[in-house]
Design a protein around this ligand. Structure first.
Ligand SMILES: Nc1ncnc2c1ncn2[C@@H]1O[C@H](COP(=O)(O)OP(=O)(O)O)[C@@H](O)[C@H]1O
Ligand SMILES: CC(C)(COP(=O)(O)O)[C@@H](O)C(=O)NCCC(=O)O
Ligand SMILES: [K+]
Length: 244
């Protein structure tokens, strides 16, 4: 493919990108922490970029430094409605652009009742009905943040740099294991609660459960099997805007 457009999903921790050609085909490019993006060489054929940014001024500055003045940048904002989806927020622009785009990406792929759980820096959960109504959602700390929240206020609690995988359903027998297991299980718990609310409160019996974000692999297999791992939803939403 000859890429002409760059799509950027700039989270609070990592930057995910894709390239789009003149026919609207997209191909994933990289998923890197901010400090590593400057080393990435932009393809010479790319002249325009579509940006989803939830990070602050520091992250914005890094992106500007990377892109230089070579590209026209379209920064997308959440809207009251677009591409068949209506935003539940009374102030639509205050909904995280990553959450908005993930809903557009999912709904335009399959217009069906959908729950999207994005577990990155924060964990967000959003509900969209089969007719494209966003009902609202949740914002909770991500797994790393949960651990930092405890260690920053309790001097005797500490973490060890170690693999987080496979910790769900474990009972910790040391401080770092107990903290890790507690936080990973908090994540599993919010997923179970989201399923409960969908089935019992909303009476949904046939819905898509989509997982995205860097912490998805921490979920136990029985929860992963209830849904699909779809980390490119924000980029798919951006592609809708880039194709207009
Ligand atoms: N390659 C990786 N190795 C270890 N942890 C990762 C990796 N990628 C993502 N994570 C975890 O996921 C989080 C970032 O996921 P991501 O969905 O990219 O977040 P955001 O959109 O907030 O930038 C990190 O805080 C970390 O917990
Ligand atoms: C909730 C978020 C911090 C999630 O960001 P992420 O974890 O993907 O980096 C982001 O979507 C955001 O800043 N939202 C604005 C507030 C809102 O959605 O209501
Ligand atoms: K998130």
């Amino acid at each position: 493919m000859t890429p002409i457009k760059l799509l950027i999903d700039a989270g609070n921790t990592r930057v995910k990108t894709a390239l789009m050609d003149a026919d609207g085909h997209i191909e994933p490019w990289f998923n890197l922490p901010y400090e590593d993006i400057l080393a990435q060489q932009l393809p010479a054929t790319v002249n325009v970029c579509w940006l989803s940014l939830v990070g602050g001024p520091q992250q914005h500055k890094l992106l500007e430094k990377w892109l230089g003045h070579k590209l026209a940048v379209h920064q997308v904002e959440s809207e009251a409605q677009a591409f068949g989806v209506s935003n539940a927020y009374a102030e639509p622009r205050t909904l995280g652009i990553d959450r908005w785009l993930a809903m557009l990406g999912a709904y335009n792929e399959q217009p069906k009742a959908t729950v999207i759980i994005d577990a990155g820096t924060a964990i967000t959960v959003d509900w969209v009905t089969a007719d494209g109504r966003h009902l609202g959602g949740w914002i909770a700390p991500g797994v790393d943040l949960m651990q930092t929240a405890v260690t920053s206020r309790a001097p005797r609690v500490f973490t060890r740099q170690e693999q987080m995988w496979g910790r769900v359903n474990q009972l910790g027998t040391s401080t770092p294991d107990g903290l890790l297991d507690g936080c990973v299980n908090m994540f599993a718990g919010i997923v179970r609660q989201a399923i409960y609310v969908s089935e019992v409160e909303l009476d949904w019996f046939d819905f898509r459960l989509l997982f995205s974000g860097g912490s998805t692999p921490l979920l136990p297999i029985e929860l992963k099997r209830r849904g699909e791992h779809r980390s490119e939803l924000v980029l798919q939403g951006l592609a809708l805007y880039a194709n207009t």
